[in-house]
Design a protein around this ligand. Structure first.
Ligand code: DAH
Length: 443
């Protein structure tokens, strides 16, 4: 476990006054006024809490040491806020809750990935035994749907609420119950999106010199769509996507909570849960171009979000020059497999803000080299002085069977110009760390 990762734990950006992550959290909480809001959960959880009880299969790639930070074999830094669902259900203190927290994943280095980010979890459940005489649970939930404010979003929802193969109804639920819970979930979460994106539009049009994209954003009606999804602890499950500046953007994951999972924590309840990534929302809300900025202690960043600040949209301070450096090396012994590239194929639940990388390069002697390994060396050595790392070349020598990889490390500080010397020093350290730790042969 790199010390640099543990240093993030006390930062608690989601609680820092006037921080964009904390402002985003509050915007979402404001759509759930009568829910309990939890924001103090500690990031160290058991493997059981993070994976087992939620129904992740034993061989799920999200469990691997190249994806998840293990403190020891039974304890991890939570990879998602869902790790606390069981605990909160057990306490059974409210019908609805939200829970925001920092989450940790080994991942690629680029402007939208960081090993620490923030998620917000939420759930709403109903106690069957509390439904008044003469009313069904489904009727009760339908009445509650009517209490949620209506919106004028354009919603695309082409699929049936459940589907026997793609998105099954649970055997414990009647069709009416599932439909009612889904209606409550969808209306509630559509409202979150309305709140966020009307704020984003307001911000965009508040600035006088609106760019072309902002102009386009302002005149377009907001469009969202529901996509069928899979999560081990919900069924049916969905992702909500928003059409934003020309693309469909995945915003959150959600579903009807697995009844056995719920029953093992609290009796006689049924309901829904969701998880949303806060960085992605904050980035589009304020047009923040680089995820590293959230960790900046630079007043030029933080002052823009103070309550009395005029700015509603982040104005980047000047961009300092980039200094790309390549590192090429032979992997030890014979190369066997390359499985995709970082941030490419999805191996863990990713709806709520983290694309998972899945790139393993296995040596014959079981010295497996995973793309996240070089990412980690770069982070430990250069921290936020690197903007991104990309694989620019890979090939296998047909004679020796050895594999060569070449990565481009793009050094660029958000706060100052790096000297050539400083960049070279960092790069040299990274090169020698690769040799020491992975026995590669530099080219
Ligand atoms: N934990 C999921 C992720 O990290 C997001 C999520 C999906 C949370 C569905 C939920 C849920 O509570 O029901 O991508």
């Amino acid at each position: 476990m790199p010390k640099s990762i543990l240093d993030f734990i006390p930062r608690r950006l989601h609680l820092q006054p006037d921080h964009p992550i904390s402002i985003t959290r509050k915007i979402i909480e404001s759509r759930f006024p009568d829910y309990q809001h939890h924001n103090e959960y500690w990031p160290v959880v058991t493997v059981g809490e993070n994976f087992d009880t939620l129904g992740f299969p034993p061989d799920h790639p999200g469990r691997s040491k190249t994806d998840t930070y293990y403190l020891n074999k039974d304890t991890v830094l939570r990879t998602h806020t869902s790790a606390h669902e069981a605990e909160v259900f057990k306490a059974n203190a409210a019908d609805g809750y939200t829970l925001a927290a920092d989450v940790y994943r080994r991942d690629a280095i680029d402007r939208s990935h960081y090993p620490v980010f923030h998620q917000m979890e939420g759930a709403r459940t109903w106690d069957r035994t509390q439904v008044p005489e003469g009313k069904t649970l489904a009727q009760q939930i339908r009445e509650d749907v009517e209490k949620i404010p209506k919106h004028d979003l354009v919603v695309e929802d082409p699929n049936p609420t459940f589907h026997s193969e793609r998105n099954p109804l649970q055997s414990e639920h009647s069709a009416e119950e599932c439909e009612a819970v889904a209606a409550h979930l969808k209306r509630s979460l559509e409202n979150v999106v309305v709140e966020i994106f009307s704020k984003a539009k307001e911000a965009a049009s508040a600035t006088a010199d609106s760019s072309a994209t902002s102009n386009q954003t302002r005149s377009e009606p907001l469009r969202v769509r529901w996509i069928e999804a899979y999560f081990p602890w919900t069924s049916p499950s969905w992702e909500l996507e928003v059409y934003w500046q020309g693309d469909w953007l995945e915003v959150l994951g959600c579903g009807v909570i697995n009844q056995k999972f719920l029953d093992s924590n609290v009796s006689s309840r049924m309901g829904w849960a969701f998880g949303i990534g806060l960085e992605r929302i904050a980035m589009l809300l304020y047009e923040i171009p680089d995820i590293r900025l959230f960790w900046s202690q630079d007043a030029r960043f933080l002052d823009q979000f103070r309550e009395n600040a005029q700015m509603r949209r982040f104005v980047p301070f000047s961009k300092y020059p980039a200094a790309p450096r390549d590192v090429a090396f032979w992997l030890p012994k014979q190369e066997q497999s390359v499985v995709g590239t970082a941030a490419g194929t999805s191996s863990a639940p990713s709806a709520a803000g983290g694309l998972k990388s899945e790139a393993t390069h296995e040596g014959a002697e079981n010295i497996a080299f995973h793309e996240n390994d070089i990412m980690e060396i770069v982070r430990e050595t250069a921290g936020d002085l690197v903007e991104d790392v990309t694989l620019v070349d890979e090939f296998v020598n047909p004679k020796t069977g050895k594999k060569s990889l070449c990565y481009r490390i793009n050094y660029r500080s958000l706060e100052r110009t790096l000297t050539r010397e400083e960049t070279n020093d960092l790069h040299d350290t990274i090169r020698s760390e690769l040799v020491t730790r992975f026995n590669v042969e530099l080219r």
